[in-house]
Design a protein around this ligand. Structure first.
Ligand code: FEO
Length: 406
């Protein structure tokens, strides 16, 4: 058992490293590789396994388990998260540990069946308040959904004061020294991970932090990257700070227009819509030229805006790239409660505004108004219609008029 790392007495790290991976889940860069963390708790009455690893690393995972216990000793498996990087080895583990019971969150039932393809598996659904007692160990379950899948949960090993946080507080950062006080500087990876994985779920992060607050945490054992034991509160506070709601609007609602223009016609529309929105009390209207905005700025503005309008001309029957890029980066945002819409000047076919609205609906925005299009140069009457469109949109986000969902 010489190369098995102990986190606390009878609590072991049985995770694996993926040091060569440079892109995770298609969109994330992993300059330092990553780890798939899993843990094992040994008690007088049996063994608890917490999570498994990606399937391609199963050989090492099972070697680690076998160096600590026999499969007959494994009594329970806790699955905090069922994404394949953590559940890939579960089917084989269940084949080897025949009398095991699996603990999952309520949302995980269907996924567990799809992963194991078994109808006879012994599993129990758990949520906050449920405690697993095994020998002298007490593992308390905490419901932390949507971090970052619907079925995610956390648990807390009471006497050892270890929080098993799932992907929360994770980093794609491999360093064989494993513990935060021994590894290199992983601050960039910790923030990058938050921005790409947790940021769209800020409200759920805040809910989870409320639950974590009830635990005296000495060690955070996440599913990726360093185990945090030197100053867990620092990382908890960072999540709180990054997830806090913006106070800038002081009770008002922010409505933002992002436009891209080729012959200034869409820009003229945007300006009039802006003036219409700004005329409504309680609304702070913003207007931005997309061609001069970088992604971090866009994300901050999008995040604090309740209403988001995108304006673009149609070029070759399509939406120009800057508008697609804006729509694409919205996957990194919490969309709950946001209202969207699309507009633009066009020459021939005018699909851009439709595409904006359809994409926003796909992102779960409310899109109460029809795509708003004007052929080529707006007339004075059409500019007045732009103003009215802005007024109507602002009144909808203020709840002053009843919207009709399209
Ligand atoms: Fe690390 Fe969401 O899987």
């Amino acid at each position: 058992m010489s190369d098995i790392i102990s986190i606390k007495e009878d609590v072991y790290y049985i995770g694996v490293s993926d040091s060569d991976i440079r892109t995770f889940d298609i969109i994330m860069k992993t300059a330092n590789g990553t780890t798939y963390n899993a843990y094992l708790i040994k008690t007088d009455e049996g063994v608890i396994i917490l999570d498994t690893v990606k399937e391609e690393f199963s050989e090492l995972f099972f070697e680690k388990i076998e160096s600590i216990c026999s499969y007959d000793e494994i009594k329970y498996i806790v699955m905090h998260h069922l994404e394949p990087d953590h559940s890939g080895t579960l089917p084989e583990l269940v084949r080897r540990a025949k009398n095991v019971k699996i603990f999952i969150s309520p949302m995980a039932i269907g996924m567990l069946k799809s992963i194991t393809h078994s109808d006879t598996m012994d599993f129990e659904v758990v949520s906050t308040g449920k405690v697993l007692e095994c020998g002298e160990k007490r593992l308390r379950f905490l419901s932390t959904p949507n971090l970052h899948w619907p079925e995610t949960m956390s648990s807390y090993l009471e006497d050892e004061k270890i929080l098993f946080s799932g992907d929360v507080f994770g980093s794609h950062y491999y360093d064989e020294r494993l513990f935060d006080n021994l590894v290199g500087d992983f601050d960039y990876a910790f923030k990058y991970y938050y921005d790409h994985i947790m940021r769209p779920f800020k409200s759920d992060v805040l809910n989870a932090l409320q639950l974590y607050k009830r635990c005296e945490i000495e060690t955070i054992a996440p599913l990726h990257g360093p185990i945090i034991r030197s100053n867990p509160q620092k990382y908890i506070d960072l999540y709180g700070q990054w997830s806090a709601k913006s106070q800038r609007s002081s009770g008002k609602k922010i409505a933002s227009i992002f436009y891209v223009t080729s012959y200034k016609n869409t820009q003229d529309m945007a300006q009039k819509i802006y003036e219409g929105m700004e005329s409504i009390e309680g609304v702070i209207a913003n207007i931005y030229d997309l061609s001069a905005l970088d992604e971090p700025s866009m994300l901050n503005i999008l995040e604090e805006s309740t209403g988001i309008l995108i304006g673009a001309p149609t070029i070759n029957g399509d939406l120009p790239r800057p508008a697609w890029e804006l729509l694409s980066c919205m996957m990194l945002l919490e969309k709950r409660g946001k209202v969207g819409g699309g507009f633009g000047s066009y020459g021939w076919s005018g699909e851009a505004a439709d595409m904006i609205c359809e994409r926003m609906k796909g992102l779960n925005f409310r899109v109460p108004l029809q795509p708003f299009k004007i052929k080529l140069i707006p007339t004075q009457e059409e500019l007045q219609a732009c103003y009215s469109y802005g007024v109507e949109f602002a009144e909808i986000i203020m709840g002053k008029i009843v919207e009709i969902t399209l």
